[in-house]
Design a protein around this ligand. Structure first.
Ligand SMILES: [Zn+2]
Length: 542
């Protein structure tokens, strides 16, 4: 079976390429594999991006320093034109420098928490009694206002637990780790009507607001206002996840005056306090939170470096991922690893002495976690849109993106007509033994879960790499567990090799990637109100 297919593939490749080019491609592919196997820099890059510069919250000095380090490193590898490109984030930078939390009565113990970003600190240790609010479920404005009126005198001087403890059932089914080859093939089979869209697809799980009900975001904001007005001292949210995992996002107003010092507490500690309070016992807690604000963070930066092309140097193939992270770990799987893989894919081509016909440009984005802001600013500034193109619009071949954790690349979702996906599929085909199973075309211009969709939305060929889901949704994505230790070096190396091969083909072929015509370009979807969702539902966060 394998042998028959190999023979078939050989005939196909002989038919579709001149023999010299086929020889050239297989020679290059062998060199790509050898360079990455012998000289991989991925884990070194990972060490710097996570251990030394993580976490990399947008607007923070860490993120800027990580970008500067990446430029220095890519320049040392022989890249040119390395620079930071400014865009207007509009919010100050923020970091948490110090945190401690304890239960001091009726027992003494340390609490596991993360600080909500862009909230104020405590100005020294604060000790106070805990008070738990039981918020009404899906209230209307009237119901919520009436509920808050009953709480008016209860929160003053208190550390307030905002809501009931979420009951997180013990998981009996293990999370998905690797897709088997059959599944991955189906996912990237152009003839499969149910082929997956990967993370390039539209944002999932966004429930439309129910008529007459407040959205979770509205409840959240009104609760903040109420707690400030009522004289509460600290707000505590339940992490609502197993195994002391915590996802801490942000004060969505980015305004210190509009939130209390706020922590997200492990579900286990939150539950313990709630159960002791339910016994009728008083609980005393102590917190010390030191946060720092950086006004200069209003200007954020994308990180860019190039390998200049030769005879087609004004045409560009881009690749990248987002360098910014959330703040409660060092942002390893989301998405230092994507940056390390993309830097590496380009480094491989440079190291094996390829002279690309087109310019290869690495871009490491910022503001992704706050709503794909950095990549959208870049696309707007450089390319415009299909409907209102800038001169560079016609010169971009494609943009490769990777942003789904440590798992190896299993296929590509290519915004464009089926012919565009088949070019990418042919480029990846010689790497099926590493697990990459093909490419499918996407027609979606909806802004989705990662930066490739900033390109697709503009009508440009955003290519989203799909990956094995290893530990990502279940454990590391946006959590306090997202560290260097969670990276599988072998998977990351495979992704780098596969992407280097795709990059090479798009940089060398005579033609640009086939594009939609004026007649076939899908229309833009109706405008979303705000790119970021109303509540930190995990699936909806970029
Ligand atoms: Zn990400």
């Amino acid at each position: 079976m394998l042998r028959t297919r190999a023979l078939f593939m050989l005939c196909v490749s002989l038919l579709s390429y001149a023999p010299v080019l086929a020889q050239d491609a297989s020679d290059i592919n062998a060199k790509i594999r050898k360079e990455e196997t012998d000289n991989s820099q991925i884990m070194r890059t990972m060490h710097f991006l996570t251990d030394v510069y993580g976490p990399r919250l947008t607007g923070s000095p860490n993120l800027k320093a990580a970008g500067e380090w990446a430029i220095k490193q890519m320049t040392a590898w022989g890249f040119e034109n390395g620079h930071l490109e400014a865009w207007d984030f509009g919010h100050p930078g923020w970091t948490n420098e110090r945190f401690s939390g304890f239960i001091t009565s009726p027992v003494k113990d340390t609490l596991t928490c993360e600080v909500l970003s862009w909230t104020p600190g405590t100005n020294g240790p604060v000790t106070a009694h805990a008070y738990q609010m039981t918020l009404p479920e899906k209230p209307s404005q009237d119901e919520f206002t009436a509920y808050l009126a009953t709480q008016k005198d209860k929160v003053k001087g208190k550390i307030v637990l905002a809501g009931k403890q979420q009951i997180v059932p013990v998981t009996l089914t293990p999370p998905a780790r690797r897709q088997d080859d059959k599944q991955a093939k189906e996912r990237y089979d152009p003839n499969n009507p149910n082929a997956g869209q990967g993370r390039g697809g539209p944002r999932g799980n966004q429930q439309p607001p129910e008529p007459g009900k407040l959205t979770p975001r509205q409840i959240d904001e009104q609760l903040d206002q109420f707690l400030i007005a009522g004289g509460a001292v600290i707000r505590v949210n339940d992490a609502g996840r197993e195994h002391r995992q915590i996802r801490a996002f942000n004060n969505r107003t980015f305004d210190a005056a509009k939130a209390l010092p706020t922590v997200v507490m492990s579900n286990e500690d939150y539950g313990r306090i709630a159960r002791i309070l339910a016994d009728g016992s008083a609980v005393e807690l102590e917190f010390n939170i030191v946060n720092r604000w950086y006004p200069e963070g209003k200007t954020a930066y994308n990180t860019v470096a190039e390998i200049p092309g030769t005879d087609k140097r004004d045409e560009v193939v881009m690749l990248g991922g987002h360098l910014d992270s959330w703040h409660s770990a060092t942002g390893a799987t989301d998405n230092a690893i994507g940056c390390a893989v993309m830097m590496e894919a380009a480094r491989i081509l440079r190291a094996i002495g390829v002279k690309p016909r087109r310019t290869i440009r690495v871009a490491l984005w910022s503001g992704e976690e706050e709503g794909l802001l950095g990549s959208q600013a870049y696309v707007k500034q450089h390319f415009g849109t299909f409907e209102e193109p800038k001169p560079e619009y016609s010169k971009l071949v494609a943009y490769f993106n990777i942003d789904s954790g440590t798992g190896r690349a299993r296929g590509a979702s290519v915004f464009g007509p089926p012919e565009a996906a088949s070019v990418v599929r042919q480029a990846l085909a010689p790497f099926e033994d590493l697990g990459v199973m093909g490419a499918i075309a996407s027609k979606s211009r909806a802004l989705g879960g990662t930066d490739s969709t900033s390109f697709s939305q503009a009508g440009l060929a955003g290519i989203g790499m799909g990956q094995d889901p290893i530990e990502y949704n279940s454990a590391t994505w946006h959590t306090n567990l997202d560290t260097y230790e969670r990276i599988i070096e072998d998977d990351a190396k495979k992704s780098a090799m596969v992407i280097a091969a795709g990059l090479y083909q798009l940089a060398m072929r005579d033609e640009l990637l086939p594009r939609f015509s004026k007649e076939t370009m899908p229309p833009l979807p109706p405008k979303e109100g705000t790119p970021a969702p109303a509540t930190p539902t995990p699936q909806a966060r970029p």
